[in-house]
Design a protein around this ligand. Structure first.
Ligand code: SME
Length: 153
């Protein structure tokens, strides 16, 4: 998708999510709604969901798309790398990422954004996979971070 089109789509999506988030403080409902909207509106999102930290593990939370891995082996793959490096990671070709965890062999590129509380504590990640290579760029990173910043906790 060209950058202009992508940016326009994210802008509309952000306003819609912002309005919805103002209507509900319950965190699981908020997470589920963000996933539903992102997955429905962004046609290159093949798998869209969260992994949350629980007792030192990453366990799957709300998601849409093919069935995912329930838990991710500690310190392996893109999600753990984003947690350990405390930053958003954009991977143009997951097959080039040394210990990428393939929950579905159709995934080819990926973006992972850490989830933070208002105090900055990381409690999980938003993970989006695409079936095409090179799907994600700085626009996805910027808007996904902005959407996740609409937090209540
Ligand atoms: N690819 C991720 C695992 C989660 S799936 O993409 C849904 C990773 O390497 O951490």
């Amino acid at each position: 998708m060209d950058k202009k089109k992508k940016e326009g789509r994210y802008q509309r999506l952000f306003s819609q999510i912002e309005k919805l988030m103002a209507t509900c403080e319950h965190e699981p409902s908020r997470r589920a709604t963000i996933i539903a909207l992102l997955h429905a509106k962004m046609d290159y999102f093949f798998w869209t969901g969260y992994y949350l930290l629980k007792d030192g593990e990453l366990l799957v939370d709300h998601y849409q798309g093919p069935v995912a891995c329930m838990r991710l082996v500690k310190d392996k793959g893109v999600c753990w790398a984003a947690i350990n490096q405390e930053k958003t990671l954009v991977v143009q070709d997951v097959h080039d990422f040394p210990d990428h965890i393939a929950c579905d062999s159709r995934s080819n590129s990926e973006v992972v954004v850490p989830l933070r509380t208002k105090d900055g504590e990381i409690y999980g990640v938003l993970d989006v996979d695409s079936a095409d290579k090179n799907s994600f760029d700085e626009i996805d990173a910027e808007y996904l971070e902005k959407i996740l910043n609409l937090r209540w906790i």
